[in-house]
Design a protein around this ligand. Structure first.
Ligand code: FEO
Ligand code: CA
Ligand code: CA
Ligand code: CA
Length: 628
């Protein structure tokens, strides 16, 4: 049997929900319109950028050698199984999958498929989004563990297929979130084993559902008639922080953990939601449903509604139950970028990472007052979805009973359906959103969309070429940014442009060669993780094709680059081991260390022998200077 957990999210989706290419007359017309849209998109991109004076249409040659904005010498693309950084910087492995967080888990051997009893006391697998916190002199890191590679966590003979409840429990323990204390001494950064702050939050950790949908009938299960006491947080992808010092972990491909041993629910509401969110009878290879009835939708049809939320964790209080905020909507959440509007209202920008899905924003009713109550600030408010116009303006469309024809709570539980109802713009897979701390502008990585212009999204919405999604069958990705009118994040209108269109100028001379700030020397594909540092540089991480062949020839392994939001210049800073995705970025409180995540590496990274192990690395300057 194929180990489907080795597939990418796109591939999983394709295996489980193949969507036939349409070729009827309507589709022919649609494709013609798409080509027209494509040209309009490119023209709009050019004229708009010029109007906004961003400089990203400067001649490619003029940008190629200009790196004055960056405090490092850019590095070349790499294809090996190491991490590379510029001269003057060094890399240390801080924590890798299987490392003990508690003394009584020491010796957990990933090669031996460590014991299930210790699997919730070690650093989990496949690190993703992370944030740092400083608390009473302690340096804390909260970091996600997105998914497991079942073939290397279960006995080899099983080929990645769980055979028992204990196998499933182990996989559940290895995912979720780690909160840990770290400290630096002469030999570098280390995990503080047995720190009272250390904590593993996994697929069975008790947590609380709050906000408008909490307690709703669609969230009630046989084990929790209240609909307010969930177990576990699933597929923790990107992250965020709040102004009040808590961690946000975002549930992305939660659907993949569910399956059915009996009949799939046929109720119209459930069936529609299942289709839109990709919940099927077979699941994605975790096979939880065969050994843990909570994940069997034929027995517990509402359990999937208790996942797909943004979850808040207090990293300073290991006893506090995580909180699932239903006010932020249920989608395949990438990250949660929190900013304050001019009047102090809390604004949360959120991408839904699937081909042709939408970009969302939440605006609180209340205002944030430092030291004041924060209750309701992530639940009581208005959810919006983005509509981008080809004239480089856009608007946030409110999701209300009046605009959607849906019940106020069902808008939150089935936010995708609500977005479709108001005509939101289908996007090229919105990944991380990051707001510039020095300007009222927000960036979103649109990682790629090989179905752009050729297939609908899971809700049947067309995905026409145009606007911020200007290329058909887009294999490279782009970064869109928007400028809220009146510099007000709570407002409903904005202007937008493309900060960069990734591409390969060595292979293509058209739009697939990328925008003018992409050169043979800095090219990449599939932007994903993003974060601004305190100096205003935008750090861009990639999760794309690292074959270094064909369209991707010369781009090498996945990587991390720095972008100047003003000039548009982009420079390569770090390359990951072949096979890996570079994801997750945060800075130590003293800004002398940059923590970076390496997910699903290949080779035997980082130990040099045996299994490759996802890990957090610490990047510092040899001269001890600031790194962000
Ligand atoms: Fe988990 Fe969309 O990345
Ligand atoms: Ca991602
Ligand atoms: Ca990705
Ligand atoms: Ca990933």
């Amino acid at each position: 049997m194929t180990d489907k957990t080795k597939l990418s999210a796109d591939e999983w989706d394709e295996v489980n929900f193949p969507r036939p290419a349409e070729n009827d007359f309507d589709r022919v017309v649609e494709r013609a319109l798409s080509r027209r849209g494509f040209m309009a998109g490119i023209l709009a991109f050019g004229s708009g950028a010029a109007v906004m004076g961003t400089g990203i249409l400067s001649p490619r040659a003029a940008l190629a050698q200009t790196t004055a904005r960056f405090p490092f010498t850019p590095i070349d693309a790499q294809t090996d199984f190491e991490v590379h950084v510029p001269a003057g910087y060094k890399v240390q492995v801080l924590a890798k999958w299987g490392d003990a967080l508690f003394g009584n888990a020491a010796g957990y051997d990933v090669a031996e498929g460590g014991p299930v009893e210790a699997s919730d006391r070690i650093f989990g697998e496949n690190t993703d989004g992370m944030e740092t916190f400083s608390y009473r002199g302690h340096q804390l890191i909260a970091v996600n563990h997105e998914y497991t590679n079942n073939d290397i966590n279960l006995p080899a003979a099983q080929e990645g297929v769980p055979a028992s409840a204990a196998d499933v429990l182990k996989l559940q323990n290895l995912q979720g979130v780690t909160v840990m204390e770290v400290a630096e001494d002469e030999s570098g950064w280390k995990v503080v084993v047995d720190s009272p702050f250390n904590r593993r939050i996994h697929h069975n950790t008790p947590m609380t559902l709050v906000g408008p949908a909490a307690g709703h009938a669609l969230l009630q299960t046989s084990a929790d008639a209240s609909g307010m006491q969930a177990l576990g947080t699933l597929n923790n992808c990107g992250s965020g922080t709040t102004p009040w010092g808590t961690y946000l972990t975002c549930e992305e491909n939660f659907n993949g953990y569910f399956g059915a041993t009996g009949e799939m629910p046929s109720d119209e509401t459930l069936a529609g939601g299942y289709t839109r969110y990709g919940i099927g009878a077979d699941g994605w290879g975790y096979d939880y449903h065969k050994h843990d009835a909570r994940f069997d939708v034929s027995a517990n049809p509402n359990e999937p509604h208790r996942h797909g939320w943004v979850v808040e964790i207090d990293p300073t209080n290991p006893d506090a139950a995580p909180v699932k905020h239903t006010g932020l909507g249920r989608i395949k959440h990438e990250n949660a970028e929190v900013v304050l509007a001019r009047d102090g209202r809390v604004v949360v920008y959120m991408g839904d990472d699937e081909r042709g899905e939408f970009l969302y924003k939440f605006v609180s009713n209340g205002v944030y007052v430092p030291g004041g109550s924060t209750e309701g600030l992530l639940d009581d408010g208005q959810l919006y979805v983005a509509k981008f116009n080809d004239d480089m303006t856009g608007e946030w469309l409110a999701l209300t009973p009046e605009t959607t024809g849906m019940d106020a709570v069902e808008i939150l539980i089935f936010a995708r359906t609500a977005g479709s109802a108001v005509g939101a713009t289908t996007m090229d897979r919105p990944e991380w959103v990051s707001a510039n701390p020095h300007a009222c502008e927000v960036y979103c990585a649109l990682t790629n969309n090989t179905r752009r212009g050729t297939r609908t999204n899971a809700g049947g919405d067309e995905t026409p070429v145009g606007g911020p999604n200007p290329r058909e069958a887009n294999q490279f990705g782009q970064i869109v940014r928007w400028f809220p009118h009146d510099d007000d994040h709570a407002g409903t209108t904005f202007d937008w442009d493309l900060y960069v269109m990734a591409g390969n100028p060595s292979v293509h001379s058209d739009a697939y060669g990328g925008s003018e700030n992409v050169t043979a020397g800095n090219m990449f594909n599939s932007p994903d993780g993003m974060a601004f540092d305190t100096t205003g540089l935008l750090w861009i991480q990639t999760d794309g094709d690292d074959s270094n062949e064909g369209d991707f020839a010369g781009q090498g392994n996945n990587q991390m680059l720095a972008g100047d939001p003003v000039s548009g210049e982009i420079a390569r800073f770090l390359t990951g081991p072949n096979g890996s995705e570079v994801t997750g970025l945060a800075w130590s409180t003293d800004r002398r260390t940059m923590f970076v995540g390496i997910q699903h590496p290949g080779g035997s990274w980082p130990t040099g022998s045996g299994l490759p192990r996802s890990a957090l690395i610490a990047v510092t300057r040899e001269d001890g200077a600031l790194v962000g």
